[in-house]
Design a protein around this ligand. Structure first.
Ligand code: PMP
Length: 418
């Protein structure tokens, strides 16, 4: 792969687009971001027309791969009739009913556009319900770029006052954040036993730590959070922006049991279109009828909701998750053993169709990860396989055994060159 057109496009983009990328984290790509002309199934074509096997899947949304006709046809049908209308339409409740049918604790929902936005809505509902202001999150978890939660991204941040992770972030917003340790029951017990004194309104947890190494929760951790929240009047929020509709149709509640009060969904719920939602207890959601403001010009736009409804229809077929699991297990076994054959190269952690590279040192990162990953990332791109700087790997139902075999072959060559 020459990559020359992407390099030139990146240089040109820097002249007009801040940072040269649409989302800051994409700048961590090595040797530079790929510029794409077309995407179908499990593949992308760059500006030179070179084809890549895509393990980025748009950073998570594309459980069915790029351009699944079942989604694009539903969107195309609506797009010619209406785009955004700023008033009610049938898809608002048809799509909502389909989501609620999938999520075990789904009684009601609110529509929003991005995961970051929906997290803020969920926190507002929790604060309104409890009359408290603070939020307990866990070290290494990412909940969007908003001032109030963009902190505590490293393991060492557990138990420390939250510090801004970006320049320009308001430190006062972080007075409301308390950082615990993922799967650390003792710290959660200690902090939540003082929930009233500490003014804790909500526990915000990504149940599989999807940006911090893909780690499954212990049964004890989720159960303890549930019972502590019940005991001390705290709202339990699952951030399922990555994991939702990917690890199981009903998300973490289906996979691990245990019921949050609210879940935040995004990415995969609309098969590649922009949509997020807060889903959960009706009494919490219904606070929007009683003083909680939830607003947004593009909320529940027909294009995205046509995509949600169509995606929900496809995901209702259990064979989707069987297919995803089979191809992901195959990737884990084959690509994982190619890595393990070279001592010190690291390994993958996997939950369903979400994997993350874990370097031999054990530490993964949101923006880019350590160990050999930087070199692997660049080497694999040059051989036609696109991965993410953070080492997360997203599979879809469009990936085939032969895609994975080609990836193994390329990886073996890249590892030899390291
Ligand atoms: N929560 C989690 C767990 C996420 O992974 C992300 C995005 N990667 C977000 C929230 C924020 O979602 P968005 O990028 O759509 O704002």
């Amino acid at each position: 792969m020459a990559l020359e057109s992407s390099r030139l496009a990146y240089e040109r983009a820097k002249g007009s687009v801040g940072g040269g990328v649409g989302s800051g984290l994409r700048a961590a790509m090595r040797p530079h971001p790929l510029f794409v002309r077309e995407a179908r199934g499990a593949h992308l074509w760059d500006l030179d027309g070179d084809r890549y096997v895509d393990y980025v899947m748009a950073w998570g949304p594309l459980v069915l791969g790029h351009g699944d006709p079942r989604i694009t046809e539903a969107v195309a049908e609506v797009a010619t009739r209406m785009q955004v209308v700023g008033t009610g339409h049938e898809l608002e409740y048809l799509a909502a009913e389909a989501v609620l049918a999938a999520v075990p604790h789904g009684e009601r929902l609110l529509w929003s556009n991005t995961g970051t936005e929906a997290v803020q809505v969920a926190l507002r509902l929790a604060r309104a319900a409890t009359g408290r202001r603070r939020v307990l999150k866990f070290a290494r978890s990412y909940h969007g770029w908003h001032d109030s939660v963009y902190a505590g991204l490293a393991e060492a941040d557990s138990g420390k006052p939250a510090a801004p992770a970006s320049k320009g972030q308001s430190p006062s917003a972080l007075d409301d954040l308390v950082v615990g340790g993922f799967n650390d029951v003792a710290v959660a017990e200690h902090l939540l036993a003082e929930a009233v004194e500490r003014d804790i309104a909500a526990v915000l947890v990504d149940p599989i730590l999807s940006n911090g190494g893909v780690e499954a929760p212990t049964a004890e951790f989720l159960l303890t959070l549930r019972s502590l929240c019940d005991k001390y009047g705290v709202i339990l929020i699952f951030d399922e922006v990555i994991a939702g509709f990917r690890i199981a149709r009903g998300g973490a509640a289906e996979k691990y049991g245990g019921r949050p009060d609210l879940s935040v969904f995004g990415k995969a719920m609309a098969g590649g279109f922009t949509q997020s939602a807060v889903v959960g207890r009706a009494d919490l959601i219904d606070q929007v009828d009683d003083g909680v403001v939830h607003a947004g010009t593009f909320n529940s736009n027909p294009i995205a909701l046509a995509a949600v409804e169509a995606t929900m229809r496809v995901l209702a077929d259990p064979s989707v998750y069987e297919t995803l699991d089979t191809i992901s297990a195959y990737f884990d076994a084959k690509v994982g053993s190619a890595l393990e054959a070279v001592p010190g190269s690291g390994t993958f952690n996997r939950v369903g169709s979400l994997l993350q590279y874990v370097p031999a040192s054990g530490a993964t990162g949101l923006h880019g990860t350590g160990g050999s990953w930087g070199a692997i990332l660049e080497g694999m791109l040059r051989r036609g396989h696109l991965f993410m700087p953070s080492g997360k790997v997203f599979l879809s139902t469009a990936h085939t055994i032969s895609d994975v075999e080609a990836t193994v072959e390329a990886l073996e060559k890249v590892l030899c060159e390291l």
